[in-house]
Design a protein around this ligand. Structure first.
Ligand code: PHE
Length: 339
């Protein structure tokens, strides 16, 4: 009887099936009511007692092996149908969603590119600064309102340490470390203690520039800024300089570009003036040069500083500063083509 069971074991192990019907026929043949297993169990009754243990184990082995065989055949069949019927290999693939550069990065890179073409290097410095680099070296009088708690984030335990309110601090660091000719821009994040609204934010981005050499004049400043405005806003762009005040420049000015929306006719973006203010500038005050150990009798220089948010607003017609920080993908996706 052992030989017979072994024969069935081998036979069933090598069985293969292509469809459910074949598997069912196989099951009935072995495990059905009138199947081989039941016949063998009937025969088992007549096995002499001393062989019962061995034959019984073999018989169980066959039964389990048949059950397993049926399961494996069924699973294989299911997998086969799964992998073939549901997938249409001719369908187009899922597109991979590409990220986009943030509009502020796009505009910052553009500004950097323009000044690089004029030979400016790029300087960076710390966002957490000391009073000297942000104010004192830049000729801010002790009682100047820009030092007021209103504008500056001070570190509570040490009022000498603060978050820089402009990247002019980087230029002080450059002047302290090197001698003219100096021609550098400093892009970076700045912080001011202001309530957040459509027109103001406590964090924003600047690019400031500095050029120091012998015989640098206001005409050089004007020409540099005109070149920048034309590169940034188009060849037809007109600029105008209005007298202004900064502690670190003398004379100082603010620069406007002709409104690129109404072209000077007047609209609500330029508040019907035809002009848009984009930066502050001036000739570096000799006191600043002296503070940084640069000979103010030999050298002169100009400096300028602009807000990246403002330039991007004008370039793309963005009307709320908060949009830059909310990171709503519906806003950010609009700058795909500008990448
Ligand atoms: N530092 C000034 C600001 O933050 C900008 C500026 C830079 C003005 C250089 C004149 C010269 O507003």
């Amino acid at each position: 009887m052992i030989d017979k069971i072994n024969k069935y074991l081998e036979e069933s192990k090598s069985f293969i099936a292509d469809n459910l019907e074949e598997i069912e026929a196989f099951r009935i043949k072995y495990l059905g009511k009138k199947g081989i297993i039941n016949d063998l169990f009937a025969e088992f009754k007549n096995v002499p007692r001393e062989n019962k243990k061995e034959v019984g184990q073999k018989l169980n082995e066959l039964k389990i092996s048949l059950q397993e065989k049926i399961n494996t055949l069924k699973n294989a069949l299911e997998e086969k149908s799964d992998s073939h019927s549901d997938i249409d290999l001719s369908l187009p693939g899922d597109p991979i969603h590409m990220g986009t550069r943030h509009p502020l990065s796009i505009v910052r890179n553009e500004i950097i590119d323009i000044f690089k073409r004029l030979g400016f290097t790029i300087s960076e410095g710390p966002e957490i600064e000391d009073d000297w680099h942000v104010f004192s070296a830049l000729n801010f009088p002790e009682e100047h309102p820009a030092r007021d708690m209103q504008d500056t984030f001070f570190i509570e335990k040490n009022p000498d340490i603060l978050l820089r309110t402009h990247t002019s601090s980087v230029q002080v660091r450059v002047m302290e470390k090197s001698q003219p000719p100096i021609r550098t821009i400093s892009p970076g994040r700045v912080f001011r203690n202001e309530a957040i609204s459509a027109r103001a934010h406590c964090i924003f981005h600047q690019v400031e520039g500095l050029y120091i050499d012998e015989n640098v004049s206001f005409a050089d400043l004007k020409q540099t800024l005109l070149y920048f405005a034309k590169e940034m806003f188009g060849e037809q762009t007109k600029i105008r300089l209005r007298p202004s005040y900064f502690p670190f420049t003398e004379p100082s000015a603010e620069m406007d570009v002709a409104c690129n929306i109404c072209h000077g006719k007047g609209c609500n973006v330029c508040k019907y003036t035809g002009w848009l203010e984009i930066l502050g500038c001036g000739m570096v005050d000799p006191n600043v040069l002296d503070s940084c150990k640069i000979d103010s009798k030999k050298y002169t220089g100009f400096a300028f500083g602009m807000g990246i948010e403002r330039i991007a607003m004008l370039k793309y017609g963005i009307n709320d500063l908060r949009l830059y920080f909310e990171n709503d993908v519906r806003f950010l996706n609009q700058f795909k083509s500008a990448n």
